[in-house]
Design a protein around this ligand. Structure first.
Ligand code: NAD
Ligand code: DAU
Length: 374
């Protein structure tokens, strides 16, 4: 049995992981520590909040004393660190918060883990610090480059990717220098339920429903490898259970798409959804699909993201060979399920794009938090 501290567990992937873990390991204790920034949302945890074996703590991973207290109070033996500023565009307009949370925050967690697990009497021998990292630390690939393995050089492009790379190096240093038992996973672009509608897929879904332009950066030819979030959670589970301390593991989706093709696919799926459900027309009358048009008419090419990485692709053969990991979800089915989740959970995303909420977020976190679609 494990007692887990899941940092950033009210965000997109963190909350999916909490649901996954509660379903597959119901006897474990799960403590979520989350600052509830604009991206953190207690609604994501509504179905588990209040259950026995689950605790939510509102706080900052940079607060080392708070983390020390939680590790001791809940006899935590596993930390899974999802907490981060995660949006590349925001890191370009305001990098400070990324360095603070992603670098200083990860270091605060490492210091607390070292104090409680290695320096207490007796030490906690069976422990694990798992860092959630990203394929972005490897930098941009060309069209014909092979997918990158765990041994590839870190070459981050954006302030976001650089802050994640710095955090990974700290985790690795705590393993080598102090003997902290660590693992790091680098994964590709996730999608699925609870995805904040500033990121490409949920932004496209919400914009198509409102008849708003779908902004494609540059020529739309950039390539991302898409991974359904449940596959990612299963990969993390395998690493926590069977991964070797001190190791890095790539978790890829084997699903490379240009942004343009992905958006066209979403448009097609949305047209199909309207054709199959007459109730969608009165609910979303501004969508072109409601008037018999095609959602693809909303695609519009806009100024490129500065430093925009052309392509990411991960070689995850190590994870496959050592941990028997492979993604299970087919992209078509997973995208349809994701669209359906957004159709079924309008209240969830409606609040996030609401003008009052946006004004509150902007006041708390600054103008860089404005949703790109507005
Ligand atoms: P997200 O932005 O949806 O969620 C981040 C969560 O962290 C939020 O709940 C937020 O409130 C919380 N948080 C932020 N600062 C905090 C702090 N100082 N203390 C405590 N909590 C804080 O992010 P996500 O997309 O779920 O990503 C989760 C992790 O996975 C991140 O580390 C990200 O770098 C990594 N990752 C994400 C993807 C992806 O496709 N989304 C891919 C690869 C790696
Ligand atoms: O690759 C893993 C990374 O995936 C994670 O580490 C990040 O936390 C996560 O945000 C995501 O980063 P991306 O920059 O790849 O995701 P985003 O959804 O912002 O963009 C996906 C692609 O779509 C990218 O090439 C930029 C492009 N894009 C994005 C937006 C928001 C557009 O063309 N238009 C848009 O409006």
């Amino acid at each position: 049995m494990s007692n887990l501290l899941v940092t950033g567990g009210a965000g997109f992937i963190g909350s999916n992981f909490v649901h996954y873990w509660r379903e597959h390991h119901p006897r474990d204790v799960v403590v979520v520590l989350d600052k509830l920034t604009y991206a953190g949302n207690l609604d994501n945890l509504a179905s588990v909040n209040g259950e026995s074996g689950f605790h939510f703590v509102h706080g900052d991973i940079c607060d080392e004393r708070l983390v020390l207290g939680l590790l001791r109070e809940h006899s935590i033996n596993t930390i899974v660190n999802f907490a981060a500023e995660s949006h590349v565009d925001r890191s370009i307009s305001g990098p400070d918060e990324f360095v603070q949370t992603n670098v200083i925050g990860t270091h605060a967690l490492l210091k607390a883990a070292r104090a409680v697990w290695l320096e207490s009497d007796p030490p906690v021998h069976a422990h694990r610090f798992h860092q959630i990292s990203t394929d972005e630390v490897f930098g941009s690939l060309g069209d014909s480059d092979p997918p990158v393995a765990e041994t590839a050089r870190y070459a981050p492009s954006s302030p976001y990717a650089a802050s994640k790379a710095a955090a990974d190096h700290l985790v690795s240093a705590y393993h080598r220098t102090y003997g902290l038992q660590t693992t790091i996973s680098n994964c590709s672009n996730n999608f699925g339920p609870f995805h904040f509608p500033e990121k490409l897929i949920p932004l496209v879904i919400v914009n198509l429903l409102h008849g708003r332009a779908v902004p494609l950066y540059g020529d739309g030819r950039n390539v991302r490898d898409w991974l359904f979030v449940t596959d990612h959670c299963r990969g993390i589970e395998r690493i926590l259970q069977h991964g070797k301390s001190g190791s890095y593991y790539n978790i890829g989706g084997n699903n490379e798409w240009t942004n343009l093709d992905l958006v066209r696919k979403l448009c097609q799926l949305m047209d199909d959804a309207f054709a199959g459900d007459p109730l969608l027309c009165p609910r979303f009358p501004a969508s072109p699909a409601a008037a018999g048009g095609t959602c693809a008419s909303l695609i519009s090419f806009v100024r490129d993201r500065p430093g925009h990485d052309f392509r990411y692709a991960l070689d995850f053969s190590k994870c496959a060979a050592e941990l028997d990991y492979s993604p299970r979800e087919s992209i078509g089915v997973a995208l349809s399920r994701t669209i359906q989740w957004y159709l079924d959970n309008e209240q969830w995303w409606r609040r996030l794009i609401d003008a009052d909420y946006q004004a509150w977020v902007e006041q708390q976190y600054g103008a860089a938090t404005r949703l790109a679609s507005r």
